[in-house]
Design a protein around this ligand. Structure first.
Ligand code: G3I
Ligand code: 9MR
Ligand code: ZN
Length: 587
């Protein structure tokens, strides 16, 4: 294992300037210590490495036996707060014995660390009003870095994090039912691979547009320093439009949308511009070639775009609405065309066996945008069967968009909305959110994840709990919802069994080896910034995870290794959930 770790490390970071002694130390100790660099904190003390807002609970966790803790100011090491640790609780998901260090009483903004006598010190963190602003900025810039078909440059803030335009040539794969070239330049690379997939684009872009609709007041003046900045449109909308334009290109003349545009197989670990595999528009392999889930997701997202971009670019809004209507009409003709990879194609499938929830989402968004009875009636005839999905948060992911459908209906405040439907949606959401709050308070790490939630993309699930709670908070403001959403953010930013921040270049001990081709091409010391790792995955669908000890509890089935695509890839859907959560907690 140390040998393969070494190879992985060298392979991923050949350019890294680390003292050779540190590399050797890493070999005989363990990877987290290596990642931490020279000045090490105790991994047994878990803090949100970004920090805590002043107005809420401030809790760290200690997973080694101890009695007391102190909070010290970074500037002069003075103790500003001290207290006893809470009694230990066993966390079955990680196997840790956890003691809470509650320093909510500390109200002074500043930079601090925690010291636990007999254990050590924590990573530094900040208390303040604007602690998460930069994380939001970097997370949104993460999308910019995923742009396909254009030159990207994160400099001068991150010099060298750049690539020239990539994937400029596209063609129809025979499975699409069409022939010849189809460039469809644009969109975001889905993840650590360079594919572009409609279904995942749908949930990711929809989530960003929702963040705008709900938190626009907080977001509208934040510059993301992207090429469009200053054009009069808020930058989160500028960034989302980059992908929307690609999604619109994936629509065929008959209104249907092809499922994805990728190479036939995954490229090697090369920079985007060096991936020379043809970029193929891939269809279902038989008439009608397009898939219902992709088309319905396009209809939903384009319908949101039609209302959101109206004040900034009415022409684009009109184009989006027209596309949404045509997509909707296609799904009415073809309500049940599912997608599986056709022969010869081995890239991501995003195979969803049931597109009824996608259609419900499309109807709800179109109804919210247009107010037309046809969409409204379709929603009312079909929504009831999806209400139970709200009972098991977070419920929403790339293959399950029913919560988006239900929530958008309840949020739309249209005259003529069905009061019974709205009541049911709100009531079930609030009840489930209250249960999540109670459960999370009882969880030794104050995270909402259950054992069953440690799947591929579990960090996206954690962020999804945050979304669920924040939507509940829109229905009925409740500080418990907000605090629990923040708890899930704290988990992602370091308050977890690994004492690891799962956002690249955010926090003193952030993960280093994402399964992300631009980060893994050996050009940069550190990974591209602002990207959320998939996280622990008890499904173990890669060789790295499969080789971990058999009896590991689910929350520990994770490896900060480039080769672990099932636990350490990044992806736009998880990233969008992180952005929503951050947008919700910004002050
Ligand atoms: O939810 C079920 C759970 O009920 C069940 O008990 C458990 C047992 O294995 O599986 C859970 O489902 C898993 C699902 O992810 C959770 O969302 C599936 O096993 C697992 O195979 C599935 O993985 C998907 C993965 O592609 C493989 O198809 C991920 O959702 C999806 O995010 C990921 O997406 C990939 C693209 O294909 C390609 N691009 C990168 C992207 C991110 O890794
Ligand atoms: O890089 C691919 C990643 O984006 C996918 O999520 C993952 C699962 O589909 O597959 C990765 O590609 C791997 C392939 O499946 C197996 N051979 C190694 C590839 C990683 O380099
Ligand atoms: Zn590209």
């Amino acid at each position: 294992m140390p040998g393969s770790l070494f190879l992985d490390f060298i392979h991923a970071r050949s350019g890294r300037k680390l003292p050779i002694a540190a590399v050797l130390a890493g070999l005989v100790i363990f990877p987290a210590a290596l990642a931490a660099g020279a000045e090490s904190a105790s991994l047994a003390i878990k803090v949100d490495q970004v920090g805590y807002l002043l107005d809420g609970p401030k809790v760290a966790f200690v997973s080694a036996p101890a009695a007391t803790f102190q909070v010290r100011r970074c500037s002069d090491n003075v103790v500003v707060f001290q207290a006893t640790l809470a009694p230990p609780q066993v966390d079955t998901n990680s196997g840790d014995q956890v003691q809470a260090a509650d320093f909510s009483g500390l109200q002074q903004a500043g930079s601090y660390y925690i010291e636990v006598p007999g254990v050590g010190r924590s990573w530094n963190f900040t208390l303040g009003k604007n602690v998460f602003d930069r994380t939001y900025y970097l997370a949104m810039r993460g999308f910019y870095g995923q742009r396909c078909g254009t030159a990207v440059d994160l400099g001068p803030e991150f010099p060298g994090y750049s690539h020239p335009a990539c994937h400029l040539h596209g063609e129809f794969h025979p499975s699409s039912g069409a022939k010849g070239t189809r460039d469809n330049i644009g969109g975001w690379h889905d993840a650590g691979d360079y594919g572009r997939y409609m279904v995942n684009s749908g949930i990711a872009t929809g989530t960003l547009l929702w963040a705008w609709e709900i938190y626009g007041e907080k977001l509208k003046n934040i510059s993301l320093k992207i090429p469009e900045s200053g054009n009069g449109t808020p930058d989160i909308l500028n960034e989302a439009r980059w992908n929307l334009e690609w999604m619109l290109k994936m629509q065929d003349d008959d209104g249907g949308a092809w499922h994805k545009q990728t190479s036939t197989h995954f490229s090697g670990f090369v920079a985007p511009q060096d991936d020379t595999l043809p970029s193929e528009v891939i269809g279902t392999g038989a008439a009608p070639w397009k898939s219902t889930c992709a088309t319905a997701d396009l209809a939903a997202v384009a319908a949101i775009a039609a209302r959101v971009y109206q004040p900034y670019d009415a022409k684009f809004a009109g184009r989006a609405l027209e596309a949404a209507r045509r997509a909707w009409a296609w799904t009415a003709q073809h309500p049940d065309v599912t997608f599986r990879n056709p022969p010869g194609i081995s890239t991501g499938e995003y195979a969803d066996a049931n597109c009824a929830d996608e259609r419900l989402w499309a109807a709800a968004e179109l109804g919210r945008t247009t107010g037309e009875p046809a969409f409204h009636n379709f929603f009312l005839q079909n929504y009831a069967q999806f209400l139970p999905t709200l009972d098991t948060p977070p419920a929403e992911n790339w293959s399950s968009v029913a919560p988006m459908a239900l929530w958008t209906y309840a949020l739309s405040h249209r005259k003529g909305s069905d009061a019974k439907a709205v009541q049911a949606i709100r009531g079930r959401t609030l009840a489930a959110a209250h249960a999540v709050v109670e459960r999370t308070r009882g969880n030794p790490y104050h995270v909402s994840l259950l054992a069953k939630d440690y799947v591929w993309g579990s960090n996206g699930v954690a962020a999804g709990y945050g979304i669920y709670l924040l939507i509940a908070n829109v229905f009925q403001p409740d500080q418990g919802f907000v605090d629990t959403a923040r708890d899930n953010l704290h988990y992602l930013l370091g308050r977890n069994t690994f004492s690891l921040s799962w956002v690249t270049q955010v926090g003193e001990n952030s993960f280093q080896h994402p399964h992300h081709r631009p980060s893994g091409d050996g050009k940069q010391d550190k990974p591209w910034p602002g990207l959320l790792s998939g996280g622990p995955n008890a499904g173990r669908q890669d060789a790295v995870l499969a080789a971990l000890p058999k009896d590991l509890p689910p929350a520990r089935v994770y490896a900060d290794r480039l080769a672990s695509y099932a636990s350490n890839e990044i992806a736009i859907n998880w990233q969008a959930s992180l952005v929503f959560l951050l947008a919700g907690v910004l002050q």
